[in-house]
Write a protein that binds this ligand. Structure first.
Ligand code: F6P
Length: 363
């Protein structure tokens, strides 16, 4: 059978284990040999005990766990040709010509480069005497499928990335918990949430928690935001509300592109309104803990589809990403998604926020 390897790369997210499990079980079901590559691309470069064959039972009892049981890393070595050569040699040693990469856009770009470089890497390995001519012919191509694991939901081409729903649950639980103590003390709370340059978590949490105000990168507030914020908070209090909740995305900016921080917002409120104000930075709590039902199912669906995509792939098949389209796991071209995601990042830098938001959609 075919040799399939699965790795997780970049920042972890809840639901990655579910995806890994589905790759292993679907792979075994269709008669493939499945391998774990531990510690992301670093494990592929280092080889040895980082590449181990998976069995049905090695993925038992992991679906409910947060993080990734096979480890993840941000790997520098894989960016160099030398590192990629070592990685290619390690794959060939195990007869692996199919790769499932679960990670963010950086990790998926790396996978695509690896595939483009494959023929040249084999030629170099021949030169060094690391592989035989027979091996070169046998392993002349590699097929790659990606899945997006990230709490940020910042990837173009999919409705949801694996982990976002769980992170959102965690944020909402935290805001609910804070709201009760805020109520007792008539306090104002500012929560900072993750998401890098994407405001999805902040916006969704703000709606789901009836926050009074929020700041996201895609919608920088007007020049007089301090005044508008204070008016809003005061009006809520005058109507009998005992607390205020403000959610700030970690990438929030003002109209000039300067960061808006929880500290900065607090200063405005304390100076202008004198409200008793506290800050809570949720941090990595958002990325930890048990995956939601949605993320478990998403991982299952995407993992199974990724194996089917590999089984059908030929030498000419371009790498794809398994994306969520409504409630279907579908295949979309990997490079198209990566390029679009990069174009969104550029539009954000150029302060074309409307354009960025338009482009972020699925298609
Ligand atoms: O991309 C996921 C994410 O959690 C972002 O929301 C956050 O900005 C970043 O990773 C934090 O990175 P690290 O775990 O390296 O501190």
């Amino acid at each position: 059978g075919k040799g399939i390897a699965v790795l997780t790369s970049g920042g972890d997210s809840q639901g990655m284990n579910s995806a890994v499990r589905a790759v292993v079980r679907m792979g075994l079901y269709v008669g493939a040999r499945v391998y774990f590559i531990k510690e992301g691309y670093q494990g592929m470069v280092d080889g040895g005990e980082n590449i181990v064959e998976a069995s049905w039972s090695t993925v038992s009892g992991i679906i409910h766990k947060g993080g990734t049981v096979i480890g993840s890393a941000r790997c520098k070595d894989f960016r160099d040709r030398e590192g990629r050569m070592k990685a290619a040699k390690n794959l060939i040693k195990h007869g692996i010509t199919n790769l499932v990469v679960i990670g963010g856009d950086g990790s998926l770009t790396g996978a695509n480069l690896f595939r483009q470089d494959w023929t040249a890497l084999l030629a170099l390995l021949i030169k060094k005497g690391d592989i035989t001519e027979e091996e070169r012919q046998k392993y002349s191509s590699i097929n790659i499928v990606g899945m997006v694991g990230s709490i940020d939901n910042d990837f173009c081409g999919t409705d949801m990335t694996i982990g976002t729903d769980s992170a959102l649950h965690r944020i909402i639980e935290a805001v609910d918990a804070i709201s009760s103590t805020a109520y007792s003390h008539q306090r104002c709370f500012i929560l900072e949430v993750m998401g890098r340059h994407c405001g999805y978590l902040c916006l969704s949490a703000a709606i789901g928690c009836e926050a009074d105000y929020m700041f996201i990168p895609e919608f920088p507030p007007a020049h007089n935001w301090e005044e508008l914020l204070c008016q809003k908070l005061e009006s809520e209090r005058s109507m009998g509300q005992r607390l205020n909740i403000i959610i700030v995305a970690e990438g929030a900016i003002d109209i000039e592109g300067n960061p808006i921080s929880a500290e900065g917002v607090k200063k405005v409120i304390v100076d202008q309104l004198g409200f008793d104000t506290r800050i809570t930075v949720l941090g990595h709590v958002q990325r930890g803990g048990s995956p939601s039902a949605f993320d478990r199912l998403l991982g299952c669906r995407m993992g199974a589809e990724s194996v089917l995509a590999l089984m059908e792939a030929t030498q000419e098949t371009e790498p794809c990403v398994i994306s969520l389209d409504g409630n279907q796991a579908v295949r979309v071209p990997l490079m198209g998604c990566v390029l679009k995601t990069q174009a969104v990042a550029q539009a954000m830098k150029d302060r074309n926020w409307d354009q960025a938001v338009q482009m972020r959609g699925r298609s």
